[in-house]
Write a protein that binds this ligand. Structure first.
Ligand code: ADP
Length: 312
């Protein structure tokens, strides 16, 4: 099975005409929904048909119970670490009439995920272990290490690239999946850009594929997959590179596209027996379908929807 170790956050989304000024109270509309990169990726993989176990930390509170109920409804297996000293992670998302957003994320219980919270037995039998950088970093690193020691394929989505991220974590990673911003920041942080000035996203997007491939190779992870939004993704591994185009869809909400890609990629790897390009195409299909609907986890497509989309 696929084990996803990472964050759960309840998204509290508010729509307003304009952002409130200090001291101002505005009327608006709201909706809540399950979010957090780890959880979104687990939902994407589970709905896309991969047997999935989600490992996350929540508080002993109403939001935490909502999270548990959500997973029961989804029929996705979970291993929860319930933290009595911390609230469940939450995000306040303000969206104004122009569609711009302002977000505050309180990771709370996610930062208290401990090494001892990890279900070592489940990880021992896993085909894949997937992590991001929103939950506690030492526990995340430990999850990757346990996965690697057990012979599972380890996948890291280095998002968000936190200031306390340490490159040593990468030695436990088989497949690294950054988006273009994370890729550029990682290259700069690791001092891998051959030029005098730091790499910019604009410069990265202009690199010929062979140069981008070479740059991916300097990271030292066997496979690097850079997601490029509407441009699809770029797969780089020792024996060469492959460019996988995105699917043309009418996007209504691209939040969580990266999470949909990672979950869809994992499900695709199982479906296509480890074929990276086929799995990435599957990831692009899951992500494309997810951007046609609002929300993050609730917008993840089912296996049937993905198959229909790929056959069209
Ligand atoms: P993130 O959400 O982390 O910024 P990206 O924007 O790179 O990640 O998107 C991840 C994947 O989602 C892309 O590789 C692509 O396949 C798909 N995707 C993103 N935006 C669109 C879009 N507007 N139309 C179709 N597919 C998209």
């Amino acid at each position: 099975q696929v084990v996803v170790v990472g964050s759960y956050v309840i998204d509290l989304c508010f729509n307003c005409e304009h952002f409130p000024a200090p001291g101002e109270t505005l009327a608006g509309t709201s909706r809540t929904g399950p979010g957090g990169k780890g959880s979104n990726q687990a939902v994407a993989a589970g709905r896309a048909g991969a047997p999935t176990l989600y490992v996350g930390a929540i508080g002993d509170d109403a939001f935490g119970r909502d999270a548990q109920a959500f997973y029961e409804r989804e029929g996705i297996a979970t291993h929860w670490a319930v933290k009595s000293t911390q609230p469940t992670g939450s995000a306040a998302i303000l969206v104004n009439a122009e569609g711009q957003n302002q977000i505050i994320v309180a990771l709370a219980a996610n930062l208290k995920l401990a090494k001892s919270d990890l279900p070592a037995i489940a990880i021992d039998g896993a085909r894949m272990v997937i992590c991001q950088l929103e939950a506690n970093l030492p526990a995340t690193t430990h999850a990757l290490k346990l996965g690697r020691d057990a012979g599972a394929l380890t996948i890291l989505n280095p998002a968000p690239l936190r200031p306390d991220f340490k490159a040593t974590m990468l030695k436990h990673v088989d497949i690294l999946i950054p988006n273009e911003t994370e890729f550029v920041e990682l290259i700069n942080r690791l001092g891998l850009h051959p030029g005098k000035k730091p790499l910019t996203t604009t410069a990265m997007l202009k690199l010929p594929p062979a140069k981008l491939h070479a740059l991916c190779g300097t990271i030292g992870v066997p496979v690097v997959i850079v997601t490029l939004g509407m441009r699809g993704c770029f797969i780089s591994r020792a024996d060469g590179y492959v460019e996988v185009p995105a699917f043309q869809v009418k996007a209504v909400d691209t939040t969580g596209a990266g999470d949909a890609f990672v979950g869809g990629f994992a499900a695709g790897l199982l479906e296509h027996d480890g074929d990276l390009a086929a799995a990435a195409r599957h990831g692009c299909a899951v992500a494309a379908l997810s951007v046609t609907k609002p929300g993050t986890a609730p917008s993840m497509p089912t296996r049937a929807a993905v198959q229909r989309f790929l056959r069209r």
